[in-house]
Structure formats: C-alpha cells, structure tokens
Ligand binder design. Structure first.
Ligand code: NZQ
Ligand code: ZN
Length: 387
C-alpha cells in the first residue's frame, strides 16, 4: 500500500428533512447566495419551494441560475459567473444531480479568474481561488457531492472535459434519499452503472496489498447489484434509495482509491468523448463501454484482478483466472442489460462516423489508462467493438 493523505471536509447531512439545516451551514460563509438547479425536476417535486423557504427563513438573499442541462454546458457556467460577480455572491448552493453540482464547481473556480473559465478544462489555467459551495443531492450517481471533480461540455468545440481540485469539494451535502424517489428508471439505472464504474476505475489497478480498499470496493459493487433491480421495481423504496445514495458518495470520494495509483479512468475518458458528440447519458455510455474495455484489456497481467472481481463479487468458482475473468465480464454485461441499459452504441443510434475524432479527443493529453495503457488505436478498436 502506498503512502496517502485522506481528507474529505464535506459535511454529510444524511436522511429525511436534513435540508432544513442548511441555513446555518451557509451562513458560515455569508448571506449572499447563488441558488443553482436544473431543468425543473425540483419544481415538480416541491423541493424548490422547501429550499426557498429555508433560505428565506434563514435571512439569506439569493439569485437563481436555472436550466442547467444534463452534460452541463459551458454557457450555463459563464452565466453563473456573471450572476456571482454582479451580486457579490459569497456561497453557491446547487440543488440537483451531478450536472448541477459540476456546473457550480465550474462557476466557483471561474468567479475570480480573469480569463475564460473553459481554460481550466483544457489545462490552460490552474484552479486557485474558489467560492465555497454546498449541495442538495437529488440523484445518486456521480459522487460529485463529495469530491472535487467537475465535468463540463463545450458544444462549440465538441469537447467534454474534466477539471478538479480538493478545494472544490462541497462544504456540505444534503443526502436525503427521499428526493431520489422521482428519478426515472433510465436515470436510476444509469446512476447504478456510474457508481459501479467509479469503483471499477479505482479497483482495476496493478497495485498489490490493498485488501481493505478492495473489500470496501467489492462491498459497494454488491450493494449496487443488490439494490439496483429493487429500485427499478420500487422507486420509492427508502432503504434501497438510501443505500444507493450513500454508495454513490463513497464510490468517488477518494476512499477506495487511497494507497493506490491514481486509477485507470480510460473508460470514463472514452465515454466523455461519446457524450460530448452524442449527448448520451453518462451511465448509459459506461454500460456499453465497460464490458468491452474489460474484454479488451484482459491478458496475463490483468487476469488475476479481473478474476478477483469475478470471484468476490459474482461468486464465480472457475479456478483458471482467465476463465473466471471472462465469466465475470459476461455477468457484468448481463447485469447492465437487466437494468435496461444499452449494450452497444448501435442501440443508442451511434454509428462509427466519429470514431477517429473520439479516439483523437480521448488521447488529447496522452495515452489513457493505468491497468493497461491505451493509445489512439486501442481506443478506436474499443469503440469499434462497442458498435
Ligand atoms: O435537470 P433536472 O430537471 O433536475 O432533471 C435531471 C436530468 O434531466 C434529472 N433529475 C435529477 N434529479 C432528479 C431528476 N429527475 C427527477 N427527480 C429527481 N430527483 O435527471 C437528469 C440527469 O441529471 P444529471 O445531473 O445530468 O445526472 P447525473 O447525476 O448522472 O450527472 C451526470 C453528469 O455528471 C458527470 C457526467 O459526465 C455528466 O455530465 N460526472 C461527474 C463526475 C464528478 N463530478 O465527479 C464523475 C462522473 O464520472 C461523471 O463524469
Ligand atoms: Zn462516472
């Protein structure tokens, strides 16, 4: 196990009605707030009214940024920065899923920056001064509620890029599982796949001696496999929603990646290329690409870890590592399909027209992956197999 520092300052307010406690958390930083949200789900569910009342009762002034889209666009970020500057905003509150949270992180890093905020996403600028943020999570998937990452899309350049820093971890996040009752089946399933994928990205490394991290990771995967199907049948099952919500935060708050190399992340990079061009739901793209990636990287160096996954998570009994790995990959694909997630790009009407653009884009900053290094040709081969 490698040396590591683990510090997560995000205060988690987990459970029913915890949103009523946010005023005192916000007032530590000021009383001028940007309230950011998406396309209307929080208005339909009544959460918007609750949040507004809590802010008003707390004597907090706020301006609003609405309409943040899934795969959040850079235009919303620029608009949010303008609102923060014009209104001397001291704190940003995001109410929504990963897209809203990623957008407020981008605003947070951009308010004090003189240039264009996209510079952070193309590695032209380094994150320096940030505005504090807090979140009320409404969809269990990305872990953005407890990490410092942000992913933003730029339609002009057809790019979807990530930026991040520990300083961007939310100061608090409200995790009330009942807010996720209204998430539809497609987004719920995509969320389950995303959580599992975050575990995969950190689990599949060549590190040795990380038994505890692996055991936590395997436990989170089993949680997804256990509760994913329950959620599709019973969307308002509190226990299932609660377990998925906490799993989403734990899967990408740095915990399972401690003491190891950074992780693999090749599949995420490839998926971001696909959703940059086709605006595909992130988890759906991962459901297509992850099993293909697993098959592609399977060789004598990777078989032992893939076999460990297959045995510990799926109960595969094959003694030969390659055989066990293949059976575990087949189970993974079958599980994603059982959640009604697509298994090929063709199923979501994506053909091979942009494979070379996507392969170039994925490797813009160099080869991908740690478990096994992948160049442009490999990315192209994986995307072709995924058709
Ligand atoms: O916009 P509204 O009306 O809120 O509707 C949203 C949206 O249409 C809806 N939704 C959210 N909560 C709901 C709800 N509908 C009913 N009831 C609720 N309670 O769901 C749709 C999708 O929302 P979105 O926020 O886009 O989903 P998700 O949380 O999966 O976020 C996906 C984005 O996060 C990025 C992805 O690439 C994608 O852009 N990621 C961010 C990461 C991070 N910051 O760490 C890591 C991930 O790997 C990922 O890349
Ligand atoms: Zn993800």
């Amino acid at each position: 196990m490698k040396n590591f520092t683990y510090e997560v300052p995000t205060k988690i307010l987990f459970g029913k009605n915890r949103v009523t406690e946010i005023s005192s958390e916000i007032l530590r930083y000021g009383n001028k707030v940007l309230l950011a949200y998406g396309g209307g789900s929080i208005k339909q569910s009544g959460l918007y009214d609750t949040v507004v009342k809590v802010l008003e009762d707390g004597g907090i002034q706020f301006v609003e940024l609405s309409g943040i889209q899934p795969n959040p666009r850079i235009e919303s970020v620029r608009e949010g920065i303008r609102l923060c500057r014009e209104n001397d905003v001291q704190f940003i509150l995001g109410v929504g899923g990963g897209s809203v949270i990623d957008c407020i992180k981008a605003i947070s890093m951009g308010v004090d920056y003189k240039g264009d905020v996209w510079d952070f996403y193309i590695r032209k600028a380094k994150i320096d001064k940030v505005l504090p943020i807090g979140t009320v999570l409404t969809l269990a998937a990305t872990g953005s509620e407890m990490n410092g990452g942000s992913v933003i899309s730029n339609d002009e350049t057809q790019e979807k890029r990530a930026a991040g820093d520990d300083s961007l971890r939310p100061r608090f996040s409200v995790l009330d599982p009942s807010y996720t009752f209204t998430v539809n089946k497609w987004q719920t399933a995509a969320g389950v796949v995303d959580v599992m994928s975050h575990i995969f990205e950190q689990y599949f490394t060549q590190d040795k001696g990380t038994f505890v991290q692996d055991a936590i990771a395997e436990g989170i995967l089993k949680t997804c496999i256990h509760y994913g199907p329950v959620l599709l049948e019973e969307p308002d099952n509190y226990e299932a929603r609660a377990n998925m919500m906490w799993a989403s935060s734990l899967a990408l708050n740095g915990l399972t990646g401690t003491g190891k190399l950074f992780g693999d992340w090749a599949t995420h990079m490839m998926e971001h290329e696909v959703s940059a061009i086709y605006d595909l739901t992130h988890g759906a793209g991962l459901a297509i690409l992850f099993p293909v990636w697993m098959e592609y990287v399977l060789d004598e160096t990777t078989a032992p870890k893939l076999a460990q996954y297959s045995r510990n998570v799926w109960g595969i009994t094959a003694t030969d590592d390659r055989q066990a790995a293949q059976e575990g990959i087949a189970q993974t694909r079958k599980f994603f399909t059982s959640l009604n997630m697509p298994a090929s790009l063709g199923e979501v009407d994506i053909d091979g027209a942009h494979i070379s653009t996507m392969s170039e884009g994925a490797c813009k900053f160099g080869p991908l992956g740690m478990f096994k290094k992948l160049g442009k040709e490999d990315v192209s081969a994986i995307l072709t197999k995924a058709l």
